[in-house]
Design a binder for this molecule. Structure first.
Ligand SMILES: [Zn+2]
Length: 267
């Protein structure tokens, strides 16, 4: 599966969008000001000894006012759109690939060889993530920081192209929404925040679960057979992690903190 390139425009969840009705402008401070300017000009026309010159001036003022109003209209704050608030629905945006073909070519080749050896030895392999868009890493990172570390939702930096609002008006609601995102992204077992500059973004990391039963007789990258009798019989096994190194597929250094993450350098 190929990941669609992020749109150059600001991205928002695909839901109904509300736009501010033009009638709001009538109550805006800008409009009140223009009424005042207009009223003053009309007053001047009434009082003037030279009405055409004053009318000309009033028209100029009116045109300038209209220009200002148009400018303010386009610069007004974004319409209040509830789908831009943080929450579980963001999970469906900026999807992560699970295809090896989306990885960096060199790394993909190493992972493929390691998987081939595992499968030949009778192990089961499940790939849960390969290349991840930077926007998704941003969403995962800050959801985790707010939910797990109590990070201030109002202090999260903006990311170009991601129109998300983390602040729901109070701390508890904002934290709940971030937690709902962590649930959907399955981040609750992580002891460190998902990295903003993860190797997943450049296609140099894979999240991969491995399991087998009994002893595992597997060939390393040099073709030498190794018998693994130790447990646990999964991706956290020290011997399988050493085996992977021969293929230059390096498990996350702190094994228990991210049990399924493998990359070019273990970060
Ligand atoms: Zn990972």
């Amino acid at each position: 599966m190929k990941i669609p390139l992020p749109s150059p425009k600001t991205h928002r969840p695909k839901r109904g969008r509300k736009t501010r009705p033009d009638s709001d402008l009538l109550e805006s401070p800008a409009m009140t000001l223009h009424h005042q300017v207009g009223n003053r000009a009309i007053q001047q026309i009434h009082n003037s000894a030279n009405p055409p010159a004053v009318m000309q001036q009033a028209l100029t003022q009116g045109a300038l006012g209209a220009q200002t109003l148009m400018r303010q209209k386009t610069e007004e704050p974004k319409p209040e759109d509830p789908t831009t608030l943080s929450g579980a629905h963001w999970h469906d945006e900026f999807p992560t690939s699970t295809e090896l073909s989306d990885l960096d070519g060199t790394f993909a080749g190493r992972v493929q060889k390691f998987i081939a050896a595992l499968e030949k030895a009778g192990a089961t392999v499940e790939i849960t993530a390969t290349k991840r868009p930077a926007e998704r890493a941003f969403l995962m990172h800050w959801a985790w920081m707010i939910a797990k570390k109590g990070f201030d939702p109002k202090s999260v930096p903006a990311m170009k192209g991601v129109d998300i609002h983390w602040w729901h008006g109070d701390q508890a609601k904002s934290k709940d929404a971030a937690q709902a995102m962590c649930d959907k992204y399955q981040l609750n077992k992580l002891k460190v925040p998902p990295a903003l500059n993860s190797h997943h973004i450049t296609g140099k990391a894979v999240d991969m679960k491995i399991k087998w039963e009994g002893d595992l007789l597997i060939k390393n990258a040099k073709g030498i057979e190794v018998l693994i009798k130790s447990s646990p019989r999964d991706h956290t096994n020290a011997a399988i992690i050493r085996m992977a190194q021969t293929y230059q597929v390096i498990h996350f250094k702190d094994v228990q903190k991210d049990k399924v993450h493998w990359s070019v350098d273990g970060s």
